[in-house]
Write a protein that binds this ligand. Structure first.
Ligand SMILES: Cc1cc2nc3c(=O)[nH]c(=O)nc-3n(C[C@H](O)[C@H](O)[C@H](O)COP(=O)(O)O)c2cc1C
Length: 126
């Protein structure tokens, strides 16, 4: 999902917009919790698999499970574990609002999606 964003500091909330037509939609709506894995350049193929309907997203064993069985990428740039706080309609998507349960930062740098490709983030501009 490229629609991930921070929403609130107090309480700590994030959001992600999910297509109501996605095959994963019923699972997310029914879930009490979800995980955001922020991907790095090393995850480009994995991310494209997640963006392809009909693909088995978990076929290649890159994930570990947390104590609740949620999929964690051990080498993610960041892992943010959330409780589903609210699901707000937004056109053909639904805005999933997650209350951040915990978060950890990895050593890898995140990638951006720009003009149909992954873009490596460069150096700080300050
Ligand atoms: C770069 C990129 C970003 C995407 N971001 C989102 C997003 O934020 N929300 C969403 O619902 N779909 C997004 N999509 C589309 C889904 O990845 C696509 O609908 C996928 O097939 C859903 O998988 P599923 O239907 O097998 O569950 C994105 C696709 C790409 C290539």
């Amino acid at each position: 999902a490229s629609s991930f964003a921070a929403l609130s500091l107090d309480p700590p909330l994030v959001l992600v917009c999910l297509d109501q037509g996605a095959d994963c939609f019923p699972a997310f709506i029914a879930a009490e919790r979800f995980v955001v894995n922020i991907v790095t350049p090393a995850h480009a193929k994995l991310a494209m698999r997640f963006a392809t309907k009909g693909e088995d997203k978990f076929a290649h064993g890159s994930f570990e499970s947390d104590e609740g069985g949620h999929p964690i990428l051990p080498d993610a740039a960041a892992v943010i574990r959330c409780e589903l706080e609210q699901a707000v309609p937004g056109g053909d998507h639904v805005i999933l609002i997650g209350r951040v349960h915990d978060a950890r930062i990895g050593s890898g740098k995140p990638v951006m999606w720009y003009r149909g490709d992954f873009l490596h983030l460069g150096q700080s501009v300050t």
